[in-house]
Design a protein around this ligand. Structure first.
Ligand code: FES
Ligand code: FE2
Length: 326
């Protein structure tokens, strides 16, 4: 639903994270509110995750509240109708006659990197790309275990993702030594931003480079290489009409000593968290400016905004003058 703060849908198309794999055991049933919709997520006894619209087509019970997994299927708590993984009603315990329309909408989902993602497109397209498997995500020998953080932020995906290409804010909002020199490249749904930036940590300044890869708006990976290598897998999922559920998952490359790794990891996480807390009041109160007035040194915001267009219905930005003035 459009809001006065951004004159376009809050639900761009793409893959969005809806649960950690480990939070959904076989037999678990979870109610979800994402993409401004009520959904039910469950895991079958054989281990397959399934996402369906929440409301039973019979008399409207929410299957996420009291629904029970039976084998590969989900039974409604109200009158015990049973639905299969495609959302089709497979059994009504008190009649043989199953109404042909007794079906719930199934969602496309995929389980990868220890997370479950749902494809969302308001226009109903099938998934248009695949989520990669990240080597770092499963490697606990060379890398530490994931350390997680989570926020609910009152903003739009398009505002959060612009952070990576907005060079000037790193210095003036976050207090980094310099404005990073960033290059942005687009490859279909992937945006790669490479910066030669250093990072200021409580231990002092660390030189290094930052590569950020965004796979649509829902998932991005940031690799920071320097004295230490760090890996940040972040997911950003729209929930209600103006909130994003943000999850950051950090890893640090193991160094010689466990204590050093722990210390560096902590400093890195604290720094990224500090930056996010500085960004938050900006994101929660700003509005989308169309078109923005840009100045030399602002970073590759024009490249970024062109990349964004593909995730919105055709023509969304034509009337909004997506071009940028430099
Ligand atoms: S509401 Fe689900 S079986 Fe009646
Ligand atoms: Fe920022």
């Amino acid at each position: 639903m459009p809001s006065p703060r951004w004159p376009f849908t809050h639900n761009p198309k793409g893959w969005f994270m809806i649960s950690y794999s480990e939070d959904l055991e076989p037999g678990d049933v979870i109610p979800l509110h994402v993409f401004e919709q009520d959904l039910v997520l469950y895991r079958t006894e054989s281990g397959r995750p399934v996402l369906l619209d929440a409301f039973c087509p019979h008399l409207g019970a929410h299957l996420g509240h009291g629904g029970k997994v039976e084998g590969e299927e989900l039974r409604c708590p109200f009158h015990a109708w049973k639905f299969n993984c495609d959302g089709q009603c497979s059994e009504i315990p008190y009649t043989e006659k199953i109404p042909p329309k007794a079906k719930i909408r199934p969602w496309e989902i995929v389980e990868r990197n220890g997370m479950i993602f749902a494809w969302n497109d308001e226009e109903g397209s099938a998934p248009e790309w695949e989520i990669p498997e990240f080597e770092e995500a499963s490697d606990t020998e060379a890398w530490t275990e994931f350390e997680r953080r989570r926020w609910q932020i009152r903003t739009h995906n398009i505002e959060m993702a612009e952070n990576a290409v907005d060079s000037a804010h790193f210095k003036y909002l976050h207090g980094t030594r310099n404005m990073p020199q960033s290059q942005a490249e687009v490859n279909g749904h992937i945006l790669r931003v490479f910066s030669d930036a250093g990072m200021t940590t409580p231990q002092g300044n660390v030189d290094g480079s930052i590569e950020s890869m965004s796979y649509g708006f829902g998932l991005s990976v940031v690799r920071f290489s320097g004295i230490v290598d760090t890996f940040l897998l972040s997911t950003m999922t729209p929930t209600d009409s103006e909130t994003i559920d943000v999850r950051f998952n950090f890893k640090v490359k193991r160094l010689a000593g466990a204590d050093i790794t722990r210390g560096v990891g902590k400093a890195f996480i604290n720094e990224i968290t500090r930056q996010l807390e500085q960004d938050r009041p900006i994101w929660e109160n700003k509005r989308w400016v169309k078109p923005p007035i840009l100045a030399e040194g602002d970073g590759p915001i024009g490249v970024y905004r062109k990349w964004c267009k593909q995730f919105f219905p055709e023509g969304t930005f034509d009337k909004l003058e997506m071009r940028v003035h430099a």
